[in-house]
Design a protein around this ligand. Structure first.
Ligand code: GRF
Length: 217
């Protein structure tokens, strides 16, 4: 049986689109069972609907508190029988309760090389500090914001005169590669969390390192 995932979004949904495209490949081992948005106007909902996926809007605003909102999320997700929940640009902080309910079955994609540059406005801060490399991280979620065992990271250079939107676009392209890859490995049961560190069976790592800038004349 195909591995079923639930995707939580709040906005544009370009990472969702990368997953939709991956799932359309005949050899991809996962399928999107449901897309939930907490924002009724999220553009990603249209992407999901165009792909013929089930969608649900669970607006956080009418709920009395975070845990009531999260109970609604869990009840819909559990009812769909998803084995993994993927936060793809989901802009609500989740409580420990929800995170533990989905322990090692909840992943997030973040546009920096964690644990550096957690939180919002990542690219402005990367540029302002003169950092030479940025990238993205896909990780299992723990209760602290943008923390948890790292599954995959990809680096991109920060180039002279980059504006935040230039860097964001470069990082986003790497997110679109990493997120489907991480989910493939999880679906293939190659991913294990040992002492809060991820081990991946059959993973191939690059040799050597990158240097940026690599020379000066
Ligand atoms: C991505 O950069 C993701 O890393 C961050 O929010 C952004 C969502 O983009 N958490 P999209 O909605 O997937 O296009």
């Amino acid at each position: 049986m195909t591995f079923r995932i639930g995707v939580l979004i709040s906005g544009r949904g370009s990472n969702l689109q990368a997953l939709i495209d991956a799932c359309a490949q005949p050899d991809y081992p996962a399928e999107i069972a449901l897309v939930i948005s907490n924002e009724p106007e999220a553009k990603g909902l249209m992407r999901a609907q165009s792909a013929g996926l089930d969608t649900e809007i669970i607006d956080h605003r009418p709920f009395v508190d975070r845990s009531a909102f999260e109970d609604a999320l869990t009840s819909v997700l559990a009812g769909t029988g998803v084995e993994l929940v993927c936060l793809a640009g989901f802009m609500r902080l989740l409580t420990n309760n929800f995170v533990e309910r989905w322990h090692d079955r909840l992943i997030n994609v973040h546009p920096s090389l964690l644990p550096a540059f957690k939180g919002l406005d990542v690219h402005d801060r990367v540029i302002a500090t003169g950092t030479r490399f940025s990238g993205c991280t896909v990780h299992f979620v723990r209760a602290d914001m943008d923390s948890g065992p790292i599954i995959i990271q990809s680096t991109v250079p920060v180039l002279p005169h980059d504006r935040p939107e230039d860097l964001a676009a470069r990082v986003l392209a790497s997110e679109h590669e990493c997120l489907p890859m991480a989910i493939r490995w999880i679906a293939e049961e190659r991913v294990q969390v040992v002492n809060d560190v991820v081990e991946i069976r059959g993973a191939v790592s690059p040799e050597g390192g990158l240097t940026n800038p690599s020379g000066a004349r």
